[in-house]
Design a protein around this ligand. Structure first.
Ligand code: C2E
Ligand code: CA
Ligand code: CA
Length: 672
C-alpha cells in the first residue's frame, strides 16, 4: 500500500512527469525513427547485394564464354558453387539445353529469374545472363543463384544492434531525466523548505538555492523579496504592538518583557536594579480643564523629558494614562537617589502647552531588585505601593518599605468591602440640623453618610470617602445618598416638617456632565421637589475645574437646586470669583468656628467672611458650633444659620425627628 502511494507520488512529481513525457515521446517517435533507419539500412544491404551479384555474375559470364569451347565450363560452375556464395549455376546452349550445371541443394534447381532482392521467397537470388562471345554472337545463357541468407543475417544483425542502441538510448535518457529532474526538484524541495520557514516566521535567513535555472533564480529572488518585505512588516507590526502610539515609548507589554529580561540578567550577574513607577500629579485637571489634546501634549513632553534624563540603557515606558515606568539596570540605592532628584527636577519644570504655563510634578515609587521582590509582579506591585505612599504624603519619591504593604492592603480590602457594603445596603444617612439664628427655626439638615459595617460597626465617612473617590464607587454612593435624602425630606414634608436637605458632592462627580440630569431623574422618581435640595461643594473643586464647574453649577441653578460652598476659608478662592457663580450659601469651615470665642484671628476671619458674604447677597452658615459662646458671637456678627454639636450631632432620621419634636434646641437659642 505504502509502495503504491510512493509510486503515485512519484508519478505526480516533477521528475515522474518528465519521465512519463519522455516515455510517451519515445513510444511515438522511436518506432518511426527506428523503422525509418532500419528501412534505409535494409535497402542499402539489398542494393549492395544486388549490385555485387550483378557484377559478379557478369564477370563469371565472361569467364564462361572464354572457356565455352573447352571442357572447363563444368569445372568452373562446380568451383563457383563450391565457393559457397553461389548456390546454383547452370549454362545452357542456344537451344536451352543444359550444357553444364552445379547446385548445392537439389530443390534450388528451380530457376525463377529475380529482378529484386528477396523475390519468390526462396532465399536465392536468381540471375540469368546471356552468353555472348567476342563477335557478338549469342552462344547460350548462364543462370546463377546467389544465397540471400547471409545478407539476411546481416540485416537481422543490424536490426538487433539498432534495437540495443535504441534501448540504451531510452535507458540513458531516462537516467538523465531522472537525475536532472532530481537535481531540479532538489532545488525546488529546498525552496519549499525555505518558504515553510518563512511561513513559520523564521525570516532572518537569506534564501539561497544553487541553481542556474533562470526561473528558479527568479523565484528565489522573489521569495527573498517577499521575505524582506515580511520582515519589514513584522518589524513595524511588532513596534506598533510593543510601543505606545502617543509617546512612542515602550508600552506595558514591552516593559514587562524588559523587566523579565533584566531580572534574568541580574540574577545571572548577581546585581541589583531599580524599578520606578511614576504617576503625574493633577494630570486629570489638565485633561479636564484644557482638553485631551493638551493632555496628550503634556504626556508627549514628559516622554521626551524622561527619555532625555535617562541613559540609553534604561527603559522608559508608558503604562497608560499618566503612568510611566523606568527600569534602571545595575543601580545602587545611592544612584537611585540621584536619579530620583533629577526626575523630580525635570518634572517640576514648567510645561508650556498652548501658551499656558503649567506646573505638574509627579510621584515616583521605587522597588529594588532583589530586596523588594525577585519577580516582576512583586516589583510592580511594590513600586505601585511606594508611589501611592509618595502621593499620600506629598513627596516626589518614595522607596518601598515593608510596612507600606499593610496600609495598602487595608486600603485594598477596604475598597473591596465598600463595594460589597454599598450593594448589601450597609450605608445609612445621618442628618444634622441647620438652625436659623434669627428665627430659631430648623431650616434644614445636612445628609452625612455612614457605613454600618456588620463586623466593624459604624464607620466614619472620613475613612471611606477617599477610597470611594479613588475607586469610582463615589458615583453610585452619591446617587444613593441623594435618593435616600430626597425620600426622607419628602416624608418629613408630608409630616409637616418644612425642611430642605443638603448633600455633599465629591470633586469627582463634577467630571460627569450628565450629573444634573441624573440628579433630576432621582428627584423626580422620588416625587420630590428640586428646590428642597442643596448641594455642598468645596471651593477647591470649583477652582480646579472652573469652566466645567461653572457649566454644571448653572444647570443646577436652572433646576432650582441651591449651591453652597463647603469648608469655606480653607481654600484660596476669592469671594469675588465665587460671585460669578450661581452660589447662594457659604459654609464657614468648622476649624474657624470651633474656637471662635477664644481665638481672635478666627473671630476676625469669621466676621470678615460674614460681612463679605452678605455684601454679595449670600446666606452664611457656620458649621462646627460646639459652645454657647460661639453661638452668641455668631448671632452678634449676624450669621444666618448654624450647625454643630451644640444643637445636635448628625443622627439617624428617627432620632432627628425625636429631637425636632422636643425643641430643646429652641430653648438653647432662647436662653440668650
Ligand atoms: P463636612 O461636609 O464638612 O461635614 C461636616 C462634618 O463635621 C461632619 O463629619 C459632622 O459630623 C462634623 N460636625 C458637625 N458638627 C460638628 C461640631 O460641632 N464639631 C465638630 N468637630 N465636627 C462637627 P462627618 O459626618 O464625619 O463627615 C465628614 C466629611 O465626610 C464631611 O465633611 C464630608 O466632606 C464627607 N461626607 C459625609 N457624607 C458624605 C457624602 O454623602 N458624600 C460625600 N461626597 N462626602 C460626604
Ligand atoms: Ca458638608
Ligand atoms: Ca464642612
Amino acid at each position: 500500500m505504502a509502495r503504491i502511494d510512493t509510486l503515485r507520488r512519484f508519478r505526480r512529481s516533477f521528475t515522474g512527469r518528465l519521465m512519463l513525457g519522455i516515455l510517451v515521446i519515445h513510444f511515438v517517435m522511436l518506432p518511426l525513427l527506428f523503422g525509418g533507419v532500419l528501412y534505409i539500412v535494409q535497402q542499402g544491404y539489398q542494393n549492395q547485394f544486388v549490385l555485387h551479384v550483378r557484377l559478379n555474375a557478369s564477370r563469371f559470364a565472361s569467364l564462361i564464354i572464354e572457356e565455352w569451347e573447352t571442357k572447363r565450363v563444368q569445372e568452373l560452375l562446380d568451383d563457383a558453387v563450391f565457393s559457397g556464395h553461389v548456390v546454383f549455376a547452370e549454362a545452357t546452349d542456344q537451344n536451352g539445353r543444359v550444357v553444364a550445371d552445379a547446385v548445392d541443394q537439389p530443390e534450388r534447381r528451380d530457376f525463377k529469374e529475380d529482378f529484386f532482392y528477396d523475390r519468390h521467397g526462396d532465399d536465392v537470388y536468381y540471375a540469368g545472363l546471356p552468353l555472348v562471345d567476342r563477335n557478338g554472337i549469342r552462344r547460350g545463357e548462364l543462370r546463377l543463384g546467389y544465397d540471400e541468407t547471409s545478407t539476411e543475417a546481416q540485416i537481422a544483425l543490424a536490426n538487433n544492434r539498432g534495437l540495443y542502441l535504441a534501448a540504451a538510448y531510452v535507458l540513458l535518457s531516462f537516467l538523465l531525466v531522472f537525475f536532472w529532474g532530481k537535481r531540479m526538484t532538489r532545488s525546488l524541495e529546498h525552496l519549499r523548505r525555505a518558504s515553510r520557514k518563512i511561513a513559520s516566521g523564521q525570516l532572518e535567513e537569506q534564501l539561497e538555492v544553487k541553481s542556474d535555472i533562470t526561473e528558479l533564480q527568479d523565484l528565489v529572488e522573489d521569495l527573498n523579496f517577499m521575505r524582506s518585505e515580511l520582515m519589514r512588516q513584522t518589524a513595524s507590526m511588532e513596534h506598533l504592538a510593543s510601543h505606545d502610539s502617543l509617546t512612542g515609548l515602550p508600552n506595558r507589554m514591552l516593559l514587562s518583557d524588559r523587566l523579565q529580561q533584566t531580572i534574568a540578567s541580574s540574577q545571572r550577574n548577581q546585581s541589583s536594579f531599580a524599578f520606578l513607577l511614576m504617576d503625574l500629579n493633577d494630570f486629570k485637571e489638565i485633561n479636564d480643564t484644557l482638553g485631551h489634546l493638551a493632555g496628550d501634549l503634556v504626556l508627549q513632553e514628559i516622554a521626551v523629558r524622561l527619555r532625555a534624563t535617562m541613559r540609553r540603557s534604561d527603559t522608559v515606558a508608558r503604562l497608560g494614562g499618566d503612568e510611566f515606568a523606568i527600569i534602571l539596570p545595575a543601580a545602587q540605592k545611592k544612584v537611585i537617589e540621584i536619579v530620583a532628584q533629577k526626575l523630580h527636577d525635570v518634572m517640576e519644570q514648567t510645561f508650556v502647552i498652548e501658551n499656558q504655563q503649567l506646573q505638574l510634578g509627579g510621584s515616583f515609587g521605587v522597588a529594588l531588585f532583589p530586596d523588594h521582590g525577585d519577580n516582576s509582579t512583586d516589583l510592580m506591585r511594590h513600586a505601585d505601593v511606594a508611589m501611592y505612599e509618595a502621593k499620600r504624603i506629598g513627596s516626589s519619591c518614595v522607596i518601598f518599605r515593608d510596612d507600606l504593604v499593610h496600609d495598602t492592603l487595608n486600603q485594598l480590602t477596604l475598597a473591596g468591602e465598600l463595594r460589597k457594603g454599598i450593594a448589601r445596603g450597609d450605608m445609612v444617612v445621618y442628618y444634622q440640623p441647620k438652625i436659623d439664628l434669627r428665627t430659631g427655626t430648623v431650616r434644614g439638615a445636612e445628609a452625612l453618610v455612614r457605613w454600618q459595617h456588620p463586623k466593624r460597626g459604624l464607620i466614619s465617612p472620613n475613612e471611606f470617602i477617599a477610597v470611594a473617590e479613588r475607586t469610582g464607587l463615589i458615583e453610585p454612593l452619591t446617587f444613593w445618598v441623594i435618593d435616600e435624602a430626597m425620600r426622607q425630606v419628602k416624608a418629613w414634608r408630608q409630616m409637616g416638617l418644612q425642611l430642605d436637605v443638603a448633600v455633599n458632592l465629591s470633586a469627582r462627580s463634577l467630571h460627569d456632565r450628565q450629573l444634573p440630569d441624573k440628579i433630576e431623574d432621582i428627584v423626580r422618581k422620588q416625587g420630590a421637589d428640586m428646590r428642597w435640595l442643596e448641594l455642598e461643594l468645596t471651593e477647591s473643586m470649583i477652582v480646579a475645574d472652573s469652566l466645567r464647574a461653572e457649566e454644571i453649577l448653572s444647570r443646577f441653578h436652572e433646576q432650582g437646586i441651591k449651591i453652597s460652598i463647603d469648608d469655606f476659608g480653607t481654600g484660596y478662592s476669592s469671594l469675588a470669583h465665587l460671585q460669578k457663580l450661581p452660589v447662594s450659601v457659604i459654609k464657614i469651615d468648622r476649624s474657624f468656628v470651633m474656637n471662635l470665642s477664644d481665638n481672635e484671628n478666627d473671630a476676625a476671619i469669621v466676621r470678615a467672611t460674614i460681612e463679605l458674604g452678605h455684601a454679595l447677597g449670600l446666606t452664611v452658615v457656620a458649621e462646627g458650633v460646639e459652645h454657647q459662646a460661639a453661638l452668641l458671637l455668631l448671632q452678634e456678627l449676624g450669621c444666618d444659620l448654624a450647625q454643630g454639636y451644640y444643637f445636635a450631632p448628625p443622627c439617624p432620621a428617627a432620632e432627628f425627628e425625636q429631637w425636632y419634636g422636643q425643641s430643646s434646641w429652641f430653648n438653647r437659642l432662647a436662653a440668650n
